[in-house]
Design a protein. Structure first.
Lengths: 517, 323
């Protein structure tokens, strides 16, 4: 058992107009294995997943899933292949329950066997870790729960082949572990699981094999023991533009002594939470961590002026007057030079109908107005080019729609938008979701440079290893309030983890996460 | 049936405004005079309101299927069925009820099938397709019949008498509700909602969105055919000119009934309530004496109440807490 080939792609090619997303793709996966697909942003991973699922049709080559051809999602359903796409596809206007079972039935007839509601409630409770009301509208739920809905939708189908395209990107640490448990269970039952991820730690932990894509070509497959960061990086990236090395910066205690640029007093994420204060010294990088729903997300969005906190006040030092001025709205944020990058790009990031250029430049329009309020477009071109180069955004023509970019590259456009504003404070709410390792390192370097030139950064992330060697201070949220501030030596995995679970300073955390090795 | 309707209203927030408005209008009408609540009054009301209710029902499944597919062609389509029925069938001596009903329903469904196929396979935005349908049919109607005229078949003349509440027109209406009720009980209704709410999600999850869209259009076409029958009964003749009025009124009724023009939200109950509310508004206004401007007053009232109910919906009912 467990060794027959279930997924096979031979010589597959796919182009979108000028862009050749896949040039020569060969791939094989077996029953009972977790097979990772790895590559830089825009290397063609999602395209590969869409071809296997019958959503896209290859221009050339042959694809067989469990011995059959899959020409449409309906075919995929029939042979037992289920895909969790990179975009979190949830209908906001429909209930959680409807979202879970969409597409399960024929046009008229229900294929129902057994009690769907109980089954759905059980699986969501197991995945989310708490029970979820099946009848509420999905639109009001946070991104992480929506991500769980999509995962639950797939698992409920009991797939023979399951494809997860960056499904852990919106999940916190604790949740990632639950997802891994689910994957282990499916593997034990003999399913084939294909995962696409940029989290190397995740790969090392769970993948049996990994196939590497570079610019639309599969360059090789690594066995379990060969999956290491160096191996992956050297295969993913052509030698001439290999990413900068992982430079570890020392946490700069000095930076934390600078005058404050932003203060928040008496904040609370919800009514019953303990009040807390927060301050941001000029030129420093402050990391924000916490398990899902501990208030950190509301906190950073309140700083950006998107939502009103329950009481309390946010103040930012004005560039003009050098006085602390209250920040209460998005307008205040823009005037005070506070930029915000969201990780939930579908809801509060991109303008899907607009071009890449518009999406990047929209924030600076108001500063570049000519006579009569006409936007002086030519003056924006150099800025556009600078950001595209700096973040290595892989684009075709700037006038293409932003949705023609790969997920990671869309995210980079949002980061570019924040930089383009010349802000004094950048707030990043899990900005590296779906961004490849090389770019992440570039991003840290750019933020460091920004901080050294006097800019200030607040960086929320769901991956704690992102803070190490990068942040000057890490503020951990727990129970809706700022639970602990860590500096210097304390910015390490164990102390951060302990704080995230609300444990005392020196308690050890009793389960080992991600980096088991 | 009214029990299930009641349950729907209490569960579906988008029905709060139309149901509330319905109650208010009903009280106002009762206050202004008793005319409506007599046998003759009700019979006349059903006769006049049914074509509008049925056209509103005809666009409901099409709008629900999403892509901003407001079916503008519905009014002229109803007119097309009406004039061809009078000119081609009755004019040639074909008056058997089965033939007439089959023609009306079949023509409506066939026309919508063509529109659906164009939308799906030529990949034109639905609103463009239905706008073309509107323009083409408006012209064709005048070619088939250059001015109002002709007579409805004999057996239909009594339908328009408006002397009994339980007239065949009411049967048409109940027939349409029955069709909708059956569809609502099948998976089709859920597939339709999901397609309208997020077509990409529905497609990638294995919903046959093209089939769903085709069926939605054809069901709409059947309702348009029934609307044409009730309209023919109402005027007892053919009229090539009324189509465009019905399109605009049907869209208004749909929105008043709480449907979302971007798809996914809406239903027969809402559209029916919307259409009845429009009827009540014009009925109510007709009890005042506005003289020669009464037509304009009615239109203005439709507009104001439409805006008003959308505002109530946005600011009072569906205000979401910012997470
Ligand atoms: N619909 C489309 N139209 C035009 N170009 C597209 C389209 N979809 C993908 N592409 C291009 O194809 C290439 C591969 O995209 P793909 O989404 O497969 O990348 P990916 O490996 O999944 O990247 P990421 O890690 O950022 O998700 C990219 O250059 C992208 O811009
Ligand atoms: Mg991708």
């Amino acid at each position: 058992m467990g060794s027959e080939i279930t997924v096979r792609m031979i010589d597959v090619a796919k182009a979108f107009g000028e862009t050749r997303a896949l040039k020569k793709c060969d791939f094989e996966a077996r029953a009972g294995e977790v097979h990772a697909i790895v590559g830089e942003n825009g290397s063609g991973k999602s395209t590969m997943a869409k071809i296997m699922s019958g959503v896209l049709h290859p221009d050339a080559g042959k694809v067989t899933i469990l011995g059959e051809k899959v020409a449409s999602p309906v075919d995929a359903k029939r042979v037992g292949l289920t895909t969790i796409f990179q975009e979190v596809l949830v209908a906001d206007e429909a209930s959680v329950f409807e979202n879970l079972y969409v597409g399960r039935d024929g046009v008229f007839r229900s294929q129902s066997t057994g009690d769907r509601r109980t089954e759905a409630a059980e699986i969501l409770a197991r995945l989310v870790g708490k029970s979820v009301d099946l009848d509420q509208l999905a639109g009001s739920l946070p991104l992480s729960i929506k991500q769980w809905i999509v995962i639950a939708r797939a698992i409920l189908r009991k797939p023979q082949v399951l494809i997860l395209d960056e499904s852990s990107a919106a999940l916190d640490l604790d949740s990632t572990l639950r997802l891994h448990a689910e994957i282990d269970r499916l593997r034990a039952e003999g399913a084939t699981i294909l995962i696409v991820t940029h989290r190397i730690a995740e790969l090392v932990r769970i993948a049996d094999r990994a196939t590497i894509l570079r610019d639309g070509i599969t360059v090789g497959t690594l066995g379990k023991d060969e999956i290491t960061e160096e191996n992956l990086l050297s295969m993913m990236t052509p030698a001439d533009r290999r990413a900068s090395d992982a430079t570890e910066y020392a946490s700069r205690k000095k930076a934390l002594e600078a005058p404050l640029i932003l203060t928040a007093t008496g904040l609370a994420a919800h009514r019953s939470a303990r009040l807390f204060d927060f301050d941001l010294p000029k030129g420093s990088i402050v990391g924000v961590a916490g398990l899902d729903g501990q208030g950190q997300d509301a906190f950073i969005r309140a700083l950006a002026g998107i939502i009103q906190p329950f009481g309390g006040e946010v103040k930012v030092r004005s560039v003009d007057t050098d006085k602390m001025v209250p920040l209460r709205s998005l307008d205040d944020a823009a005037n005070l030079g506070v930029s915000y990058v969201s990780g939930d790009r579908k809801r509060e990031g991109i303008f899907p109908q607009q071009s890449i250029f518009e999406n990047l430049a929209i924030g600076v329009y108001r500063k570049k107005l000519g006579p009569l309020g006409v936007i002086r477009k030519p003056t924006l071109k150099p800025m556009f080019k600078r950001e595209v180069d700096r973040l290595r955004i892989k684009i075709g023509s700037p006038s293409n729609r932003i949705t023609s970019l790969s997920g990671g590259n869309q995210q980079k456009v949002l980061i570019g938008r924040a930089f383009a504003n010349d802000p004094q404070v950048i707030l990043l709410n899990d900005p590296a979701r779906g961004v490849d390792l090389g770019t992440k390192r570039d991003l840290y370097r750019e933020l460091r440079l920004f901080a050294e030139k006097g800019g200030s950064v607040i960086y929320l992330s769901s991956e704690i290893e992102e803070f190490i060697g990068f942040a000057d201070r890490v503020d951990v949220f727990f129970g809706g309030t700022l639970f602990r501030s860590l500096t210097g030596e304390e910015i390490a995995e164990a102390p951060i983890l302990a704080a995230m679970f609300g444990k005392a300073r020196d308690a050890s955390v009793d389960f080992d996460l991600e980096r088991t090795a | 049936m009214s029990a299930t309707a009641f349950r729907q209203v209490t569960q579906d927030r988008s029905l709060y405004v139309p149901a509330g408005l319905f109650l208010v209008l009903l009280c106002a009408v009762a206050f202004r005079g008793q005319g409506l609540f007599t046998n003759n009054g009700l019979a006349g009301a059903i006769l006049v309101a049914t074509p509008l209710i049925l056209t509103a029902l005809a666009i409901t499944p099409i709008v629900m299927a999403g892509r901003g597919a407001v079916d503008l062609s519905v009014g002229p389509l109803m007119g097309f069925v009406n004039v061809t029925l009078i000119t081609w069938l009755v004019g040639n001596g074909i008056t058997h009820p089965v033939a007439i009903i089959a023609w009306a329903v079949g023509l409506g469904a066939a026309f919508q099938l063509v529109q659906a196929l164009v939308i799906i396979y030529v990949r034109v935005a639905p609103i463009i397709v239905t706008l073309s349908g509107f323009l083409v049919l408006s012209g064709v109607n005048l070619m088939v019949m250059s001015r109002p005229g002709g007579v409805a078949p004999d057996w239909m003349l009594s339908w328009g008498a408006g002397t009994s509440v339980f007239s065949p027109v009411l049967l048409l209406l109940l027939g349409a509700f029955a069709i909708w009720g059956v569809l609502r009980g099948t998976m089709f209704y859920r597939n339709l909602r999901m397609t309208g709410a997020d077509e990409r999600m529905a497609y990638t999850s294995g919903v046959q969105v093209d089939v769903v869209r085709i069926i939605a259009h054809m069901v709409g076409g059947v309702f348009a055919g029934l609307a044409a029958l009730s309209y023919t009964a109402l005027i007892s003749s053919g009229d090539p000119t009324q189509g465009s009025t019905y399109t605009l009124q049907a869209v208004t009724a749909l929105v008043l009934g709480g449907a979302s023009l971007s798809g996914g939200r809406g239903g027969a109950l809402g559209s029916t309530l919307g259409a009845i509310n429009m009827f009540l508004i014009s009925y109510l206004l007709s009890t005042f004496n506005f003289g020669t401007v009464s037509g304009f007053v009615t239109q203005m009232a439709f507009g104001l109440i439409l805006v008003g109910s959308l505002l109530v919906n946005v600011f009072v009912i569906s205000r979401r807490t910012v997470a």
